[in-house]
Ligand binder design. Structure first.
Ligand SMILES: [Zn+2]
Length: 442
């Protein structure tokens, strides 16, 4: 690192914790890039292995025009990508960040300004885990992503159910999703809280007021340092009760210059500065990097030539991510139906029956009616699909082991204990006549 790397940096920290004097002193140290001094100032557990920059979680808002693409990198070098922009080529930005693989890729919801660039990412960068909200979509963009995922069986699919994923010392909490009551995909955006010690960031795709209200009522909105403005600062996503709970110091609006939606709205530009110390916009500031430290301090770097340059650390595959990893892979059969089983729930399987689940995915171009069909394990724990059940074309349904309210995409076996054996089991799908139509042993 050279001192020049920090020239665009602004340094500040949560208003609640330290004095302005301290902020200024940190800024001076950072701009002179005296690493040893920074280390002691920040009190990190550096022990010679990590310097100041690497000891932070970095949340990088890529400048992708009208859309979202956010890179999260842990101090240990593990990486996540939250959305992949509208289809602009991300390779230069990812190269500059030194990204060689993603441990986790999340599609918050299947709109093109969030997954337009996803297929390219999935094809060009090794990815370990892929998460989405489990809601199939009909667009070519979505179907292309699914097609690429199917061609990359080494990528493990995760649905966004409440769970905590660990990226080294950074945890990513997946928030509960509102019930799918409407066709509004924005309000079914995957919500994430990124934590590194006292530093917290809230990212929730294109949530509008109904989903923000849901998060509030669910009690999952912590006092955060960083907020990604939901829905690009749209009018419908400005919620004062939400902001009063989230209390962000920094708000970043990911938005395209001169976009036709009028994002960000005048109300966002009026309201965010009343809650946050600073508001940044990718259309005005380009790439925005927020570095968060364990003690809750943070640093914002503007521009494409940022502190991350030259700092990439190889991921450590030995560090587990996440709990709940599946033990099997889909096995297509004649019907176009593939069964996969995610047997190892986070924590105690018997106490977390919905942490394990089976998935039926339909590779064919026709929806498959599975009314009255039955899915069983080797020990004949079975679930019969109710009338009207179908697996959409190029889509999937999830069958959770535990109890819950079924909708068209999710079913619940109603078991109070684990069903799928972690050490090996067989999932068999029988049609209405009792004929086995698909089977998968692992
Ligand atoms: Zn969007």
């Amino acid at each position: 690192m050279t001192p020049g790397d920090f020239t665009a940096a602004t340094v500040t920290e949560p208003r609640s914790s330290r004095s302005l004097k301290h902020v200024v002193s940190v800024a001076a140290l950072v701009s002179s890039a005296v690493l040893a001094a920074c280390s002691s100032i920040f009190g990190q557990d550096l022990d010679g292995r990590y310097d100041l920059v690497a000891a932070a979680v970095e949340v990088v808002f890529l400048d992708v025009g009208q859309g979202d693409a956010v890179v999260v990198r842990s101090p240990e070098g593990q990486t996540a990508l939250i959305d992949a922009g509208p289809g602009v080529d991300l390779s230069a930005a990812l190269n500059q960040l030194g990204i060689e693989q993603f441990d986790l890729v999340v599609a918050t919801h299947p709109h093109a300004d969030h997954i337009g660039g996803m297929w390219q990412v999935l094809q060009s960068v090794p990815v370990r885990f892929y998460m989405d909200n489990g809601q199939p979509h009909t667009t070519t963009t979505y179907l292309t992503v699914m097609q690429v995922l199917r061609s990359r069986p080494e990528i493990t699919y995760l649905e966004a159910v409440p769970r905590t994923l660990q990226l080294g010392s950074v945890s990513i909490e997946v928030l509960p999703l509102p019930p799918r009551a409407s066709s509004n995909l924005n309000n079914h955006s995957v919500g994430l809280v990124v934590r590194h010690g006292e530093f917290k960031a809230f990212l929730s795709g294109d949530s509008e007021q109904p989903e923000l209200q849901y998060f509030l009522q669910a009690g999952v909105v912590p006092d955060v340092t960083l907020l990604k403005a939901p829905h690009h600062g749209s009018d419908d996503a400005v919620s004062e009760p939400f902001l009063a709970a989230a209390r962000p110091e920094v708000v970043v609006i990911s938005v395209g210059f001169g976009n036709s939606y009028g994002h960000p709205s005048p109300s966002a530009l009026f309201t965010y500065p009343r809650y946050a110390n600073e508001v940044f916009r990718t259309d005005q500031h380009g790439q925005v990097t927020v570095s968060g430290y364990e003690d809750g301090t943070y640093k914002v770097t503007l521009g494409a030539t940022v502190v991350a340059q030259g700092r990439a650390r190889p991921s450590e595959p030995g560090i587990p991510l996440p709990a709940g990893a599946p033990v099997t892979r889909p096995q297509p059969v004649g019907t176009g139906i593939a069964i996969s089983v995610f047997a190892d729930a986070p924590g105690n399987d018997n106490q977390n029956a919905n942490g394990e689940y089976a998935m039926l995915s339909n590779d064919s171009d026709r929806a498959l009616d599975i009314s009255g069909w039955t899915l069983c394990d080797a020990a004949r724990h079975c679930f019969t699909f109710p009338s009207g059940s179908r697996v959409p074309s190029e889509g999937m349904v999830i069958i959770y082991t535990g109890r819950g309210v079924s909708d068209r995409a999710r079913f619940f076996m109603g078991s109070g204990a684990a069903v799928w054996n972690n050490d090996g089991d067989t999932a068999t799908l029988y049609d209405r006549t009792g004929q086995a139509v698909a089977s998968h042993a692992y």
